[in-house]
Design a protein around this ligand. Structure first.
Ligand SMILES: [Zn+2]
Length: 243
């Protein structure tokens, strides 16, 4: 991590092209709420960098980086990748995004501790967090989205039989492995997981609500509508100073 910070220290401050301030967004919401789709739209249209822990990990594994090799040992054992690795990768990606139009953190932070780490990192580098978008979604809609998910047991890539099918049915695009439905995505388990997620995320939501950064959106609305709403809101919102 130190290496990344030192190397990126010369990359400049947090202002974008033509001196316009870069926009920093955090997306919070359960898997299946559509965060990734919207983050990709912001990347394509507004030039904001989409930063997702899952994508960073998969990229690191594909590129055989040091983090990738470390992460893979946990993934192969079926364990969660430790926070320290994820934190370091996120910070490196944020440092790389400096000087651009901004960034969207999709699925990070997950805990108040990580939120504090992010605050400290941004403060030390003149970066700004403009808003935390909370994707609210009903249980029934979320279940419909989740039960079609398929996972690659080798690299962790996630597909959906309707929304994101692999090029070849039932096979991972990246390594050809046979896709599986996660036990977690069975309706009962998914519902339980969603409730656990909501309970675990509540302190994070409170943290950002107290800071006046929370922007709640109805994730069941069409993506186009959500885009207009989020983009309209952050463009008119002044940057909130970090504590
Ligand atoms: Zn794969």
């Amino acid at each position: 991590m130190t290496e990344f910070l030192t190397r990126a220290a010369s990359a400049g401050g947090g202002s974008g092209p033509a001196g316009r301030a870069a926009i920093g967004l955090v997306f919070v919401g359960p898997p299946g709420a559509g965060k990734g789709t919207l983050a990709k739209t912001l990347q394509a249209r507004a030039g904001m960098r989409h930063i997702s822990p899952g994508d960073l990990l998969r990229q690191a594994v594909r590129d055989h980086t040091e983090y990738g090799r470390k992460a893979l040992t946990y993934m192969r054992a079926g364990d969660l990748v430790p926070d320290e690795i994820v934190d370091a990768m996120i910070q490196a990606a944020l440092a790389q995004a400096e000087g651009g139009s901004g960034w969207v953190l999709d699925g990070y932070p997950r805990t108040p501790a990580q939120a504090g780490l992010l605050d400290g990192f941004l403060a030390s580098r003149g970066g700004t967090l403009n808003a935390v978008v909370y994707f609210e979604i009903g249980e029934d809609i979320l279940l419909r989205r989740l039960t079609g998910r398929r996972l690659c047991p080798i690299c962790g890539a996630i597909y959906h039989v309707d929304y994101r099918p692999p090029r070849s049915a039932g096979r991972c695009d990246l390594d050809g492995a046979e896709l599986v439905a996660r036990r977690d995505d069975a309706p009962d388990t998914a519902l339980h997981r969603f409730r656990v997620y909501r309970a675990q995320t509540a302190p994070l939501i409170d943290h950002y609500r107290r800071r006046g950064l929370l922007l709640s959106v109805n994730a069941e609305r069409p993506a186009e509508e959500l885009y207009d709403m989020i983009w309209g809101s952050v463009r008119s919102r002044p940057a909130t100073p970090l504590p």
